[in-house]
Design a protein around this ligand. Structure first.
Ligand code: 5CA
Ligand code: ZN
Length: 425
């Protein structure tokens, strides 16, 4: 699928010291170095389900992984970045039904709005932006392989539910008891898993499953639901998690550096996409690190499409808020700390942007000064340390304050702020 437009990425004239980027891996619950094997870095980030516009929680997630991609690029690595879009799934179908609009039209409209938001926030686009629908042939062959290996099983669909095209069909589930690595991503107990599974797209009550937690791989065609050719599986559509298992592996290979998303995806989504990948290609497959953005809230509650307590990027933009102030408001929070959006946070970001712009306008010195160079080193060092963007912002604040007070400076820091933080001053 076509993706959004890219923005310029200045190359910094200050040599990179080669220090690797460290991020917190949820699976190991510790910091790990990511990227750099063979001079490359491979990133998969779970994309939107396009049934409602980009809110600040989504924006925080994509800005966080944008900072990671920028750090890798600055270090001279060749980055391959893949993002999916869940362009067919329950929530999208339900919303389209509620609003009396074709699900394809709803998805297209929200994807276009998401692209406009990402461009405004200067998020670098992924190299491959892949729809769940596009990935169906790969899902079908993956599920066929799992059935052949005996790690998946069929559960017949009751006659009354099946559509004419799906008559006599069966859903397919992964048999988790065949997979030793299950639980390795979240580290959760079964009780913890069962507590949230139904709320997060799971179907623990489905009769005929061997384990209530077994994830759905293929949903046989139902009345009133879209369905696709599924080879020996019959007509139907893929379960949610298999989409990310197969898209990541097709575009990044069996193993890659980071799978990213919000903490709401730790279980079941990342746990299940990893265990399915392990069932397909072995325990060393899939991500070497799982990195999660903490939930962004509003008034103390998680911001979510289902709750409807949203602050939309597009709405802020429509009221004239500078997207760079929105980006700075997001960067002022550490990605692993939950926080709630407030007008005060946005106001402070606007003030910071003004200060940085004043300093950048005054930074007309011909050659790079020592404070310029040390500021860039500090920003790099803060970001490489588990994406400490608040620390990076402090470094730029210190620089901007002295420059606004008349210290000589060059354009270097403005270029670094652009290249590393994605903020144009
Ligand atoms: N399409 C799936 C992933 S395959 C999905 O979760 N879509 S989503 O539209 O619900 O969310 C898109 C991304 O934003 C996910 O990475 C999700 O974890 C993240 N996200 C959702 N809500 C928040 C929030 N309140 N704060 C931070 N990140 C969030
Ligand atoms: Zn995903």
């Amino acid at each position: 699928m076509k993706t959004w437009s890219t923005t310029t990425l200045p190359r910094l004239p200050i040599e990179h010291d080669g220090a690797p980027v460290r991020v917190h891996d949820t699976a190991g619950d510790r910091p790990v170095e990511v990227g750099g094997t063979d001079g490359r870095a491979r990133l998969y980030v779970c994309g939107i389900t396009p049934y409602d516009a980009t809110h600040l929680g989504h924006a925080a997630t994509y800005v966080t992984f944008d900072v990671l991609q920028r750090a890798w690029r600055d270090a001279g690595l060749q980055v391959t970045y893949v993002q999916n879009v869940t362009d067919v799934d329950e929530p999208l179908l339900e919303r389209a039904e509620r609003d009396g609009i074709a699900w394809q039209d709803l998805a297209r409209r929200e994807i276009d709005l998401f692209f406009a938001d990402m461009e405004a926030l200067r998020v670098l686009p992924p190299d491959h932006y892949v729809g769940a629908v596009e990935g169906i042939p790969d899902d079908v062959s993956a599920v066929e392989r799992l059935l052949a290996a005996g790690t998946a099983y069929r559960v017949p669909v009751p006659q009354a539910e099946a559509s004419a095209e799906g008559a006599g069909g069966a859903d397919v589930y992964l048999d988790l008891s065949t997979q030793d690595s299950f639980g390795a991503v979240s580290g959760w107990t079964r009780e913890q898993m069962l507590e949230v599974f139904a709320d997060r797209g799971g179907d623990p009550q489905r009769a005929g499953k061997r384990d209530p937690l077994d994830p759905l791989l293929w949903r046989s065609a139902r009345q009133g639901e879209p369905h696709w050719e599924g080879g020996s599986l019959g007509r139907g559509r893929p379960g949610w998690h298999i989409e990310c298992s197969t898209i990541a592996q097709r575009y990044l290979g069996p193993a890659f550096d980071v799978q990213g998303g919000g903490t709401d995806l730790v279980f079941p989504h990342h746990e299940m996409s990893a265990v399915q990948a392990a069932a397909l290609c072995g325990d060393d497959c899939f991500a070497r690190a799982y990195v999660h953005q903490a939930m962004v809230g509003l008034d103390g509650e998680k911001m979510s499409k289902s709750k409807g307590n949203l602050v939309l990027v597009s709405r802020l933009r429509a009221t004239g808020v500078d997207p760079m102030a929105i980006r700075l408001a997001l960067l002022a929070q550490h990605y692993r700390t939950e926080w709630s959006w407030t007008d005060q946070i946005l106001r402070e970001a606007g003030e910071r942007l003004d200060l940085w712009r004043r300093a950048a306008d005054m930074a007309a010195h011909d050659s790079v000064t020592e404070p310029d160079a040390s500021t860039v080193r500090r920003v790099r060092e803060r970001i490489a340390d588990d994406l400490d963007t608040p620390g990076a912002l402090d470094a730029v604040d210190d620089w901007a304050t002295t420059v606004a007070a008349g210290e000589p400076a060059s354009r270097l820091v403005a270029d670094a702020v652009d290249a590393l933080l994605g903020v144009q001053v």
